[in-house]
Design a protein around this ligand. Sequence first.
Ligand SMILES: Cc1ncc(COP(=O)(O)O)c(C=O)c1O
Length: 489
Amino acid sequence: MLNQDQTPYVDALLEFAQSDPGRFNVPGHQGGIGADEALHLLVGQTGLTNDIPALIEGIDVGRPNPFQEAQQLAADAWGAERTWFLINGASQGNQAMCLAVAHRGPEIVIQRNVHSSVVDGMIMAGLKPTFAAPEVDPDLGVAHCLTPDVLAEALDRCPNASAAVIVSPTYFGAAADVASLARVAHSRGVPLVVDEAWGAHLHFHPGLPRDALDSGADLVISSTHKIVGSLTQSAMLHLGRNSRFEAEIIDRCISMTESTSPNSLLCGSLDAARRQAAIHGEQMLGETIEVLSETRDELRRIDGIDVLDHSLLENESVADWDPLRLTIDVRGTGSTGYRIAHLAREMANVNLELASDTVAVAVFGMSTGTAARARRLVDGLLAALARLEATPPESKPEFALPPPWGPTEMTPRDAFLASHDVVAFRDAEGRISAEPLATYPPGIPNVLPGEILTRETLDFITDSIDHGGYVRGAADRELTTLRVVSSNP
Ligand SMILES: Cc1ncc(COP(=O)(O)O)c(C=O)c1O
């Protein structure tokens, strides 16, 4: 019987590498022998030695099967019925999730500001979405979570929904009332999927928001590399206990979205990160939370700076907040989060996760909230702010609530697969969009493939850009043209 202090998959990889195997299989660098000097410098001999292909007896084939054991340990650690390691991030989890939902039926209720990988998944799976709008904080220009009432109303508009998909916690650390949202979905016989990309650590400390599996979610997408600290691109998909999804279908959907050559370093990093979270998570998170609490106090004392905290709970859709996201409200400086993040990098080589007009977000890993690192962050911000004083005050962009999204004419898949015209932005009114467009702030898609481009939406996009916002999703990043569904198919 294995326990959480063990790393069966990592151990099997190390044992294989240390046995000095004759390597006449892939990868072609064969343990580093054939690797370019630059690859050696990048990954190191240890990384090359442990870059071991799939389908090796004693690692991921046969019994015992350390790869399966590692996934079982992860399921136990997070309280899942079953867990899959993903090598293409939570993005893969969302795509596999959409394929699994489509197996139940074509209709789905989706929080409008889901990650782009959910939109891609809907295109792959041919899903027909009904959207639920997240609450928007007009002061910060940030989208928060879904309220149970908004989810209930969206499910009423989509009585044949095969699943409801929500996002919690958000990029900015706001957490939804997932337990109530699960009750709303389940009372209608609909499974709840939670994109918990930003919350892989929540399960491991009682002071953090309650995690999605514990709150009754049927399927949870977790970007383990984000806060729990496995290697970039590694993630997990968790099936809830008593889930309304079938494990065998999920399994098939994952293999459909994944390379047949999963990377051993990525999967091994998940095994190691799981051990760290399960064994040391509570203590490490406790220390990080404490340091960040002091850092918040220090930041609040800086002129013009505030930080997001419990006050997030004043928003109806926010049930809790995650202190590991240090969201710095810069409105009082008269400048923008973009400018301050840029200066922090230029002046102090301090790199932040995200910036918007109103905030700059620093992310801390589960075990990286040390006093020294917090000092580096605060000093970097002070260096940026000192530089701001020497430059003329910038005009503050105005934020207006986005207009309602246009009517849906086609599914995202049909719009994607249809023939397309490329038209001038100003001539796009009334056409069916073939691409998504989301203005930041607040990052909620104004248009998704298959929806009509309305005058209101086009004007809003133009206005946002004029006020310093930007738009994601269009193939033409200058937005001179848009891709629309061809009127002459
Ligand atoms: C809510 C959400 N879901 C999914 C993803 C995709 O995660 P990954 O980068 O692990 O593919 C992200 C990435 O930022 C995200 O914010």
